[in-house]
Design a protein around this ligand. Sequence first.
Ligand SMILES: C[S@@+](CC[C@H](N)C(=O)[O-])C[C@H]1O[C@@H](n2cnc3c(N)ncnc32)[C@H](O)[C@@H]1O
Ligand code: SF4
Length: 459
Amino acid sequence: MIEIRINGDKFESDVRAMVQAFYPNEKLYVVKERTELEVQKRPDGPLIRTLSFNTDSYDDKNVLKKDIYGKLSADMGKSLSWGILTGVRPTKIPMSFLDAGRVKEDIIDALKRIYLLNDDKANLITDVAARERTLIGTITDDTYSLYVNIPFCPTRCLYCSFDSYPIGAYEDAIPSYVDALKKELKAIEEINHDKKLLTIYFGGGTPTSLSAKHLREIMSFINETFDLRYLREWTVEAGRPDSIDIEKLKAIKECGGTRVSINPQTMNDKTLKVIGRAHTADDVRNAFHLAKESGIDVINMDMILGLPGESTEDVRFTLDRIVEFKPENLTVHSLAMKSKAPLVLEKDKYVDFSMENPDENMMLAREYAGRLELLPYYLYRQRNMVGNGENIGFAKEGTEGLYNILIMEELHSIYSAGAGAITKIVKTKGTLNKRIENVKDVKEYISRIDEMIKRKVDI
Ligand SMILES: C[S@@+](CC[C@H](N)C(=O)[O-])C[C@H]1O[C@@H](n2cnc3c(N)ncnc32)[C@H](O)[C@@H]1O
Ligand code: SF4
């Protein structure tokens, strides 16, 4: 545990984020010195060190973060490749510089000077921002996207914190869930009747946990209800290979799906067992070939770096296998330690597993993506990432998942249906004006569907 003492109300979250970046696996405990007010309940465990910051004397959070960075970097003999950047969307900074007409060299220089990024990350986010800008250049204000949440999975993965439920225990509720979804989808279409639907994304959870019949029912309803003339892509996260069969993939293809994810996370069977995926590397192979056979245009594969017990050589092993598939998209995540995930909740069970994600891992992933002629086109970061890394989406030119950029950069409204789905209203490009949340519990979502709809209609 690290105790942080601050003397004001300002910048608490910035101080926390900066200290956490140096101590990704430590719990933080904040005390406001002026009143000795404990901000957070003191976590259990030994106190590693106490840090005091005179936050009251700062007006600019970046100056404060730079001072914290300087102190911790000197004390620990460690620099961070992301410098003082701790936010989820670092590309927003080079994006705003590009909008202001600044040239690439000038932007890279500013990222290094103001935010202390190393040369590699400064170049990377500037390139990603430039690519994003080209891809979103044609998006007009009269468009929106649709997200459909299917919060069910075959089993829970060790690192996962999503609100998702075991499909086996919810079979009886699925027909009513599909009915409630259809009702909400109809309302979303009515609200946006004058707008152009640009992208659809089925996520979760694992949408292919549903049967082929239910997938077809929801997708056919969308075809009948919405005007799909302007639709540029329709992603269905198939995700877990153990949830996929040819009937489901055919249903997706025949109903208009253009992009699916077949996610190995790792191709090491030993690790797949540890992380509770309940499928093998061979199952990934079969699922990938079925997806190809179904004729779906774009296949994405997700992998995670820094998984329990995995070395850089294990990452190389996974990448060597992925290269054989030649997917159109590859999304590389750095393991994030989520407080609601079993990996963190039951962390004593995993003390013997190393969890490391050096920059070398991401460099390797970028090298392999390059071999497949995939370019980085969106990037985001999360809190508590092992190795203080990033998540990057790579794609063959012309196959980029547009929805991923739209949600990341908050470029237009995304209307969301389903339990736990969050609608994000954007009135001015780049600014999230309102979030409308649906209840997370599946049974409550079904019984309170009219209220979920009213929340959106009222906006
Ligand atoms: C919304 S999840 C759903 C995907 C699908 N259910 C699956 O597991 O294959 C999308 C991706 O986020 C990544 N992910 C989920 N939890 C993560 C974590 N704690 N750290 C890093 N990546 C994570 C995984 O690569 C996963 O495929
Ligand atoms: S990682 Fe995917 S499959 Fe695993 S529990 Fe989370 S949403 Fe479900």
